[in-house]
Ligand binder design. Sequence first.
Ligand code: TA6
Length: 305
Amino acid sequence: MIDIVHSKSGSSVSIHPFGATIISYKSSGGENLFVSRLSKLDGSKAIRGGIPIVFPIFGPPPKDSGSTMPQHGFARNNMWKVKEGSQHDSDSHAGVTLTLDLADASKGRGGNNIWSESEAKTGATSCQLIFEVKVDNEALSTTMIVQNTGSDAFDFNCLLHTYYAVEGKAAQDPKQCYAKGLQGYSIIDKVRGVSGEICGEDPVDLTAGAVDSVYMAPEGKMAVNVEVGVGGGRTVKMEAFGTIDDKPVPASCVVWNPSAEGAAGMGDFGDDQYQEMICVEPGILGDQPALGPGKKASLTQLIFA
Ligand code: TA6
């Protein structure tokens, strides 16, 4: 485990090198992230909680693509390395940087896709992932950088799959737990199988049971700004933004809670723990330009807690 403490503020963050998965972010209000009590932490499968890194696909591979890459890609299924000399603790903030080279990604690449070991051998498709983590008295800042180190451009999605801890098993209480700030976004509702509805002014809550929706930004909106109700009368603010080749691209946002039924169907999720969490997940999920050779993309999430 990589434990980072900002001595000046006492805020801290713990990162499991498997998937560079942040599994704890503590600020003055205590622990902000949810990790299932049944989560595997031995590298046998992606960690169920914290902030898993999703890349190069969000969700399952495209239908009839033939790709066998696991859902959400390989970034969260491999051991990342700490960038030498990057761990620091200063008056302004503390932090660390982790990296994953495609050549070192031995799991989760599947077959029949540009990332699979057989096809990527030529070096046409290659990348280095860089994850910069900083914590200070105000926020946890996480920036995922995708560096195209191959000779071919590639399309990708990336997302920070953040699980917020909800105090007092209040996740299904709309006064205590919600995501506010997605009005105007176009909704892909995977539970109802409906796309294109526009989110209204009311906060997104978890009263209707399972929620699994992607909120796509309206024209011209680049950054996501969401207030997350996390129970105990507390809220956390999240801001996220993305770039491709240093130009801003719209950030989308996913809201997910499996409900009792979904929790019962996951072996690494406590049956009652759907009451203890809400996922609010910023990502670059649109049909943005492919990332050209030598170019980089970035996704930054700031959690003010
Ligand atoms: O982000 C929401 C989602 O895509 C849901 O559809 C659900 O599958 C969740 O991710 C968890 O996925 P995982 O592969 O971690 O079980």
